[in-house]
Each structure stands twice: as C-alpha cells, then as structure tokens.
Design a protein around this ligand. Structure first.
Ligand SMILES: [Zn+2]
Length: 269
C-alpha cells in the first residue's frame, strides 16, 4: 500500500479496515504534510502585535509560580490540560489536580484541551481520537463549570495530516511546537510557537523575537511546562518568565490569552 492509499483509507469513514496507525516513512511523511500544508488558513487582521503565554500539561509549579506571575502583571494565560492526568506524578513534576484546574479557570485564565490522557494523537484511530477530545471537553466542563475553550495543543507536538484534519473541525485553533511567529496568512490548525525554556532561550533571543514581532505585526505564542527554580529541560524558572513578561510589557505589546488573541486577529468565536 502506498502512502496516498494509506492516508485516504484512514480518512474514509466507509473503510471498515482503517489502519490503527501510520508507521515508518508513511508516518513521518504524514507529519511533514501536517506541518507544511495549511488545513485552516486564515489571514490575520490584528492591528498590533500580540503575545500569548501558554503552558502545557500544567505541572503544579505552572499554577503556583506561572499563573501567579501572570496575575501580578494582569495577564491571562492559556493552560492546556489533559484532565486524565490531573494529580498524577510525572518524571519531572506533579500535574495540577482538578481543584487546580478550577482555580485557573476561576482566576480568569483560559483552560484549553490537550487530549484527555495526554496521548500522541497520531497513535489513535479516528474514533479513539474523537473519544479523547469528547472526554476532555466533558471533564473540563465538569471541573470548570462552564463551556471549555475550543483551543487545543498537540501533546508532544505530534500529529499526522489526517489527525490534524480531524481536529481542526473540532477546535478553533490547534497549537503546535513548530518554531515560528504567526503573521499574515497563518494556519489556525498549526499555530507556530516559541519555546520559553531556560535551556533554549535567553533574554537576547526573547528580545529578538519580540522585535521581530513588532516589525512583522505578528502573534507570538510562548509555551513552556513547569515554572520552577531548577526547572526541567522543558520548563523555565520564575525569573525567566518574569524577564519575558517584562520584555513584552516594556515594548507595549498586548498580552492576550489564545481565545482573546483569536478575536484580535479577526477569528469569530
Ligand atoms: Zn503535553
């Protein structure tokens, strides 16, 4: 079976023998297609540059340190939660519990979807992925007491072309971990982002990103995980986050949660 046959077979609801997963070259080719082929193109119409601070998985420290720093500066963040992992101990951190998710929502932050069980979406069949997102929506609705955000972040940044196609029908936006700014003609199903890690970003690199955002009227989406002294390899220290926030504020750039930023670029909710 060539890759085109495999892809079309996976996407067809009439095919009773859809493969459980794409493998090997087919899988990497499909990830490449997902990255480069826009499935939800949109011409951004923001009048000013925008920055969003986003947090994946949401370790306890992203609430106790991360959200607290944003609160102090009057900024709403976007926190992508996989509710099935709430309260679980990971290699690097403990994930916030359901009460922590409610605290974020009650503090005015956006709580987005990150699947229910934090799974690589490419490993799921179409119906498994539908169940994951449905469960995520239902859990977040029960925890937060209101309709959850329709914004999604790909766990591990992993997605194939047909999975992306499926998710962009359910969500207003899907954030990737592919590096870049969002300006002009963007793909709402593959929003570009910038790591906010102590390991990979510096004050100089962050300033350069922000200056580029001003020059190109772009939307910058920072993302990180834990916010702790001595952070994990995919996290940042409180001082690093504070530095980035101050750099944004010093330039007078609007800090908006993803749902607000979508409105600012002209997407109807
Ligand atoms: Zn994640």
């Amino acid at each position: 079976m060539n890759s085109i046959t495999a892809l079309s077979g996976w996407m067809s609801p009439r095919n009773p023998q859809q493969p459980k997963r794409l493998t090997g070259l087919c899988a990497s080719g499909s990830r490449y297609l997902a990255r480069v082929v826009p499935t939800k193109p949109f011409r951004a119409r923001n009048s000013r540059p925008i920055v969003s601070f986003t947090f994946d998985d949401v370790p306890n420290s992203a609430l106790t340190n991360g959200a607290r720093i944003l609160d102090r500066h009057g900024i709403r963040g976007t926190f992508y939660v996989a509710p099935g992992t709430c309260g679980l101990q990971d290699e690097h951190w403990t994930v916030i519990d359901r009460g922590g998710v409610a605290t974020l929502a009650n503090s005015g932050h956006e709580v987005g979807c990150h699947t229910y069980s934090h799974v690589k979406v490419q490993t799921l069949t179409r119906s498994e992925l539908a169940r994951e997102t449905k469960r995520c929506f239902e859990s977040l609705r029960a925890i937060c007491g209101s309709a959850p955000s329709k914004n999604f972040a790909y766990p591990f940044g992993n997605v194939s072309f047909p999975h992306k196609f499926q998710l962009d029908r359910q969500f207003t936006s899907c954030r990737s971990i592919y590096t870049g700014l969002n300006s002009g003609l963007i793909d709402l199903a593959m929003l570009r982002s910038i790591e906010l890690y102590d390991r990979t970003s510096t004050e100089e690199s962050i300033n350069a990103v922000l200056d580029q955002a001003i020059a190109t009227n772009a939307w910058v989406i920072f993302y990180t995980h834990d916010v702790a002294p001595g952070p994990s390899w995919i996290g940042c220290s409180p001082g690093h986050l504070e530095m980035a926030v101050k750099a944004v504020k010093a330039r007078g750039i609007d800090c908006l949660a993803v749902d607000e930023a979508l409105t600012a670029i002209g997407v109807r909710a």
